[in-house]
Design a protein around this ligand. Structure first.
Ligand code: HEM
Length: 395
């Protein structure tokens, strides 16, 4: 970090390029009793510390006495390392380029063909299809009747939390709906994938789970965790990045004329300003002087850490794709987390977003017919963008 740059005042104070800041400020709700950490350096110390455990995001309600039934998202220590190592090969730069790029371009071929019919289409549905196709390949959900139906069934399960009404009746209805939707997802998408891998293992998460004799419940939990982690997040990020590029013709020109590295720098800077995940909670299981006390729950605020001037330099609220390079920091700052749970899919997400936007913005006459509405999902404590329509000239 460059302290001299950090101390220079911003010449255009008041400028704020963030689209999600206001709704986040009005709705963000750290876990009750937790201490919010806004400093980037301290947040990183917390996330990298071996003396913390997962907290928040249902970690406290998750029974980890039988680790074979728990997604690795909720595990820590050696068991967590072992499970991550088993799937690490699915996320390497080489696998992304040689295997996942094929899926990304195949999906874009289909989406481009639909757009070239000339009718306005919902951007979040297009971005969700991309996110589902890529994550499905990694997980091994490749034996469904169609990927559009797979996307619909995954969405039905993951969006159920939004329908939830308070009170016992609400819970009852929620649980019944959940069972039904999870049942449909299992029968139509997971069961055929598992059967196929029992006959012929492949290189994906389901093949690994089959070889390790995971229970049905454990497999469902793991698949849905990937769904939430890989599909919901990327759907929102693609729409957010598109919105910024539609808004800013200079930035869009730079995106379309720059190389891959420059495109990634632009996307990472957008993700710094508009993190899809807002907070990460951890519980201290041992004291760490200067960082945390024993038993304390810490809420690392990604939103605050990402605009901490000590690490961003001046004008932290401005979209400046050259910032990270100038400050010698990793581009997305804390948007993919840090430490042992840092997002394994970070590069996958950046590649699919980059390819999606590159191909969409090269379409003749591409335009934003209606802007997205920004809403807050209190269940995942993040923004969602709905109602954006895009269209291009017909072929
Ligand atoms: C823009 C898109 C994405 C964002 C913003 C994002 C963000 C994050 C963050 C902040 C974490 C850390 C959670 C924590 O520390 O508690 C995480 C973990 C995770 N992400 Fe992502 N993610 C994205 C895309 C993906 C994709 C595409 C995949 C897989 C295909 C994926 C799979 C995972 C998994 C499995 C974890 C859990 C890792 C662990 O607990 O060790 N993510 N993600």
């Amino acid at each position: 970090m460059n302290a001299e740059i950090a101390q220079t005042a911003c010449p255009h104070a008041g400028r704020d390029d963030r689209k999600s800041a206001r709704i986040a400020a009005a709705n963000l709700a750290p876990q009750a009793g937790s201490r919010v950490v806004g400093s980037f350096a301290l947040g990183r110390d917390v996330l990298r510390s071996p003396k913390v455990r997962q907290a928040g995001a249902h970690a406290d309600d998750t029974n980890i006495t039988n680790p074979d039934e728990v997604s690795f998202f909720f595990l820590d220590g050696d068991l967590h390392r072992k499970r991550r190592a088993a799937v690490a090969g699915l996320f390497t730069p080489k696998t992304i380029v040689t295997r996942h790029h094929v899926v990304m371009h195949r999906t874009m071929d289909q989406l481009v063909a639909r757009l070239r019919e000339g009718k306005p289409l919902p951007l979040d549905e297009l971005s969700f299809q991309m996110a589902v196709d890529v994550t499905a390949e990694i997980v091994g959900l490749t034996d469904s009747d169609s990927n559009a139906n797979l996307a619909r069934r995954v969405k039905a399960v993951l969006d159920s939390s939004l329908d939830r009404r308070p009170g016992w009746l609400g819970n009852l209805i929620f649980n019944a709906k959940m069972l039904l939707r999870v049942g449909r997802f299992y029968r139509n998408d997971m069961a055929p994938a598992i059967a196929a891998r029992r006959k012929q293992p492949r290189d994906d998460v389901i093949s690994f789970m089959v070889s390790e004799n995971y229970s049905r419940k454990a497999m469902i939990m793991e698949c849905l965790s990937y769904g939430g982690a890989g599909m919901m997040t990327t759907r929102e990020f693609i729409v957010m990045a598109a919105w910024h590029l539609f808004d800013k013709p200079d930035l869009r020109d730079r995106y379309l004329t720059g190389g891959e590295a420059d495109q990634s720098a632009i996307l990472e800077e957008i993700l710094r300003l508009e993190p899809v995940a807002s907070m990460l909670h951890r519980r201290a299981v041992e004291p760490q002087p200067g960082v945390m006390e024993d038993g304390e729950v810490l809420c690392v605020s990604i939103r605050e850490a990402n605009v901490d001037e000590a690490i961003t330099g001046p004008c932290p609220f401005e979209l400046d794709p050259d910032r990270a390079k100038r400050m010698k920091v990793v581009g997305p700052y804390m948007s993919f987390g840090d430490g042992p749970h840092r997002c394994p899919g970070a590069q996958v997400a950046l590649h699919e977003t980059r390819i999606f936007l590159d191909r969409m913005f090269r379409l003749p006459g591409i335009r934003l017919v209606s802007e997205p509405k920004i809403i807050w999902n209190s269940f995942i404590q993040g923004y969602e963008l709905r109602g954006a329509l895009v269209a291009c000239d017909p072929a």
